[in-house]
Design a protein around this ligand. Structure first.
Ligand code: 8Y7
Length: 278
């Protein structure tokens, strides 16, 4: 059975796992120079752990379409104290959501047990930093870059192109000395994809499982759910997100990255009870 070693904290993927999202990004009322207070972030982390989160994903750079880039120092200042505090306080692994080599290095030094990179280690120095870290790495597919990725994404066959990209990144990792047993794959819902592309990927998610690498899926509250529900705002996408999480699980997802931990844990328990029934 597949058990990942996340900096000394085991993550057993025999059963699906829930990754709770902790964004340390400026709140919308600030001028961009501020970010959420550490005590608020830690309170949210504690709440997610109590609700049954198996991993806490800490991110300091918004990857939303059109989001502004964050400087390295700004990102470090935001995330490192939070990573250190959560890693020390709770038994669950902390995941660092970053594309920057320095942030990977510093976060792992502070106790992070997993690297979650939406750039799949394509940024300068990232392959080397992740390789030296010895923690598992999630490689995500993205077409284009966050600033412009949603302007006109085009694929001949989204499923096979995402798969080919991820396989190429796995090969690049292996060449850099990162062994397969440290890697997870993610199709990157919403990253350079139209609604149709996202639906094709979810429907055919199981086409990505035969690499043998675990799949991580992030669909929680994404615009594909808002679009299907009819222009629904992000706070009104919970029930749709739960349905999508269960369908991703049925199609082979091992880790679900979500905002709403408790509802997702409940939904996945029901799905597991059915899926494990002979
Ligand atoms: C994903 C992600 C985001 C995802 C992985 C959002 C950081 C956008 N989405 N990481 N990050 N997979 N692995 O809506 O789908 O949460 S940010």
């Amino acid at each position: 059975m597949m058990v990942l070693d996340c900096a000394g904290k085991p993550l057993d993927l025999a059963r699906p796992k829930v990754m709770g999202i902790l964004n340390i990004t400026p709140d919308s009322f600030s001028d961009g120079g501020e970010y959420i207070a550490p005590d608020k972030a830690l309170f949210q982390a504690e709440r997610m752990v109590e609700e049954g989160a198996d991993i806490i994903d800490v991110g300091g750079e918004s990857t939303r379409p059109g989001a502004l880039a964050v400087s390295e120092q700004q990102e470090l200042d935001r995330v490192i104290p939070i990573v250190a505090a959560i890693a020390a306080e709770y038994p669950v692994p902390v995941s660092i959501d970053t594309s920057k080599a320095t942030v990977m290095k510093e976060a792992v030094a502070a106790g992070a047990g997993l690297i979650n990179d939406v750039m799949a280690l394509r940024a300068p120095g990232a392959l080397d930093a992740a390789g030296k870290s010895l923690v598992p790495v999630c490689l995500m597919h993205m077409q284009g870059e966050p600033r412009s990725m949603q302007s006109n994404p085009i694929y001949a066959d989204v499923v096979s192109e995402v798969r080919a990209f991820l396989e190429a990144r796995v090969a690049a990792c292996e060449t850099a000395g990162i062994s397969r047993n440290r890697l997870l794959l993610d199709p990157g819902f919403g990253f350079g994809k139209t609604l149709d592309h996202n639906l094709d990927l979810l429907k055919n998610l199981s086409a990505l499982t035969d690499t043998g690498l675990p799949l991580l899926v992030g669909i929680s509250r994404k615009s594909m759910i808002g679009a299907i529900l009819g222009d629904r705002s992000s706070g009104q996408r919970l029930y749709g997100s739960l349905a999508a999480a269960v369908m991703a699980l049925e199609r082979g997802a091992s880790i679900l990255r979500v905002h709403d931990v408790k509802p997702t844990v409940d939904a996945l328990k029901l799905a597991v009870a059915l899926l494990e029934r002979p």
